[in-house]
Ligand binder design. Structure first.
Ligand code: UDP
Length: 255
């Protein structure tokens, strides 16, 4: 295969120049990191599962009219996506209290929030992705006021979609993180959901047992991360119900 131009390598993905202008190939690695990369491991099969899961969720967003970067999945670990000017923010949506908001505000872990809470964090590893206010976002030019409005309304739509899809397979959506990018069509800019949607950036709990089915399994050493992600993929019908949980080289993909 011809060598491709690597554009960027992050903690969980590598971006290569795409085959046509305005496209990027997104490669999902098996690397798992937590606490701003203080904790690291290779989790065999994670990249394959996240590639499939992100494809599943982004395609679902397209089906309900929420613009996003997915063009198509290319193979087990890669997908073709639209190139976008990334907004340097993480947009977090929370339905239940978990993670940093519990520590920051002293909330009870797992408590239901009165309504979805949206937070913005600056994407900056050196600073540990600090929480920022909407006024910071506008003052420092990370996004313009109409972008902020669009990010909030799109994030809430994604929340409704994802909560419903997951609830349908017995999984509660506690919280998740989105990233947005700007694309241009006919000189008109608009925002799309970019990066990824996977158990790496969502908190999923089994509705009945509260079993953790996301990166918290790795953060808190609760067992096999690939087994947890496989369970999510199995319930969504992405891998066959009888697929072995840990032998990802033999994952039986359903479609
Ligand atoms: N999140 C993420 N990337 C980050 C920070 C958070 O994907 O750099 C996700 C995380 O997986 C969770 C949600 O955003 O689903 C809220 O994370 P939180 O602020 O609680 O941070 P944490 O304590 O998990 O680092």
């Amino acid at each position: 295969m011809a060598r491709r131009k690597k554009i960027y390598e992050g903690k969980a993905k590598i971006l290569y120049a795409g085959p046509e202008p305005g496209t990027i190939v997104q490669y999902f690695k098996d690397d798992a990191t937590a606490n701003n990369a203080e904790k690291k491991a290779i989790v065999e099969g994670k990249g394959v599962l996240n590639n499939r899961l992100s494809e599943f969720f982004m395609r679902g967003l397209s089906n309900v009219g929420i613009p996003n970067h997915l063009v198509r999945r290319l193979n087990m670990r890669e997908q073709l996506v639209r190139e976008a000017e990334m907004i340097p923010l993480e947009v977090i949506v929370r339905n239940f209290a978990a993670g940093s908001i519990v520590k920051r505000l002293g909330l009870e872990e797992g408590s239901k929030l009165p309504r979805p809470v949206i937070e913005f964090c600056l994407k900056n590893d050196e600073l540990g992705d600090p929480l920022v206010t909407e006024d910071h976002v506008i003052n420092f030019g990370w996004a313009a006021p109409p972008d902020l409005e669009d990010m909030v309304s799109m994030a809430l739509r994604v929340n409704d979609f994802l909560s419903g899809v997951m609830y349908g397979v017995g999984i509660k959506l506690v919280d998740f993180k989105l990233e947005f990018g700007r694309v241009w069509e006919d000189d008109y800019p608009f925002l799309i959901v970019a990066d990824e949607i996977s158990p790496d950036c969502c908190r999923f709990r089994d509705v009945k047992t509260e079993r953790k089915l996301d990166k918290d399994v790795f953060r808190e050493d609760l067992g096999s991360l690939s087994e947890a992600y496989s369970e999510v993929a199995r319930r969504l019908g992405i891998i066959a119900a009888a697929a072995p949980a840990t032998k990802h080289s033999k994952l039986k993909l359903v479609r």
